[in-house]
Design a protein around this ligand. Structure first.
Ligand SMILES: Nc1nc2c(ncn2[C@@H]2O[C@H](COP(=O)(O)OP(=O)(O)O)[C@@H](O)[C@H]2O)c(=O)[nH]1
Ligand SMILES: [Mg+2]
Length: 362
């Protein structure tokens, strides 16, 4: 059923429900459900509009990173330092008008970096073309949140905007499932470690327009996490805060900030300070591995590794190489980090590690 149909059906139900004391709650729930559906419809519209406005940047390379932050923090400068892009750099605000992509070569991987224009306060509510900005972020694999080291108050604002847009940084999706159904009310299955009581869970479900559903919770969750689990527009990705222009910080100030926020990365895009560490953070966050392919009785190709996600198995690499190839893999040999000894014979479910050399035998 389309969202439109579902809205109509719910409206009809509401019309059919008489207005009196005993139906108050039911009517309230139906109204909440309509509101939720409308919100969902609006979101879908916005997303398709956004992709029609040049903000839908093509996924290129092995992974994509969004570089976001307020105007003039040095995003374009950093992009130019890291990639082959030629992003206009200027000393005044609001110079970056569109998303500028650049490609960074690192450890044999091609990592696309997007210079995403000014993420301003109120962006998640639509300010400054914020919805399009955030839709770009949502479709990337990782976020770098860049702030001027002299204006660290902005970190909280930027995080709030991302959160408001449904982006969850460095967080796992809540381990739960929800199935809507035609009748039967709300059924909750929860583990003993859940600190929320059943009444609270029920209320959260009702407040979010769920009337008939079965929800299975498999871990301890906060109310916010529970709400995330009910929404289908949340995205989970790695990210970190990057303070730029640290060359402008006094020694004392820098020491204090580093102590307070050991998790932040301190760089100077202009002076080229700490950019290698930044690249390392990207590599770690994206969770990529290099696999060097080898043919029988030949030397491995150490020039162009295959870039795959962490934890990939022999089978996944084979499928990645040629999706249409249907021949059966007899076995594989590995050298390197995942091998017990050089040239170990392994099966298709063997998990590979970064920098393994792999030989497939059919
Ligand atoms: N002192 C200092 N200035 C920088 C640094 N990085 C960028 N800038 C300057 O900050 C201004 C804005 O930079 P830009 O890259 O256009 O910022 P954007 O709006 O975030 O893309 C320019 O004048 C840059 O030269 C840095 O690391 N240190
Ligand atoms: Mg710029």
């Amino acid at each position: 059923m389309s969202i439109e149909d579902e809205i109509e059906r719910t409206k009809e139900k509401l019309r059919e429900t008489p207005v009196n004391k005993s139906t108050e709650t039911d009517r309230g729930r139906l109204k909440a459900k309509i509101a939720r559906l409308k919100e969902k419809r609006e979101r879908k519209q916005k997303e398709s509009q956004a992709s029609g406005q040049g903000y839908a940047v093509k996924q290129r390379g092995d992974a994509t990173v969004s570089l976001v932050g307020p105007p003039s923090v040095g995003k374009s400068t950093l992009l130019n330092e890291l990639t082959n892009a030629d992003s206009e750099v200027a000393g005044y605000e609001f110079t970056t008008l569109e998303v500028i992509p650049g490609m960074m070569d690192y450890q044999g991987a091609k990592i696309q970096i997007l210079d995403v224009p000014g993420l301003v306060r109120g962006a998640s509510k639509g300010k400054g073309g914020g919805k399009q900005v955030l839709s770009v972020v949502r479709s990337s694999d990782m976020v770098v949140l860049m702030v001027d080291a002299r204006k660290v108050d902005m970190v909280k604002d930027m995080k709030d905007e991302l959160y408001g847009a449904g982006v969850r940084l460095n967080q796992e999706p809540p381990n739960m499932d929800i199935m809507e159904r035609g009748e039967g009310g709300i059924e909750i299955s929860s583990p003993p470690e859940l600190s929320l009581n059943e009444e609270t869970v029920r209320r959260v479900l009702e407040d979010n327009g769920f009337i008939n559903c079965k929800v299975i919770i498999r871990e301890d969750l906060t109310v916010d996490e529970l709400v995330d689990g009910l929404m289908d527009n949340r995205v989970y990705m790695p990210g970190f805060v990057c303070l730029n222009k640290t060359d402008e910080l006094g020694e004392e100030e820098e020491r204090r900030l580093r102590k307070e926020h050991p998790e932040w990365l301190f760089i100077s895009a202009e002076a080229g300070d700490n950019l290698d560490t930044l690249k390392g953070y990207l590599w770690e966050g994206l969770g990529l591995m290099r696999i060097y392919m080898k043919e029988k009785d030949k030397e491995p190709d150490m020039e162009e590794p295959l870039i795959v996600g962490e934890g990939a198995t022999v089978k996944e690499v084979k499928e990645f190489l040629d999706k249409k190839f249907t021949g059966d893999l007899k076995y594989a040999r590995v050298w390197g980090n995942s091998a017990k000894f050089p040239g170990q014979k392994v099966g298709k479910d063997h998990e590979l590690k970064d920098e393994d050399v792999l030989e497939l035998r059919f």
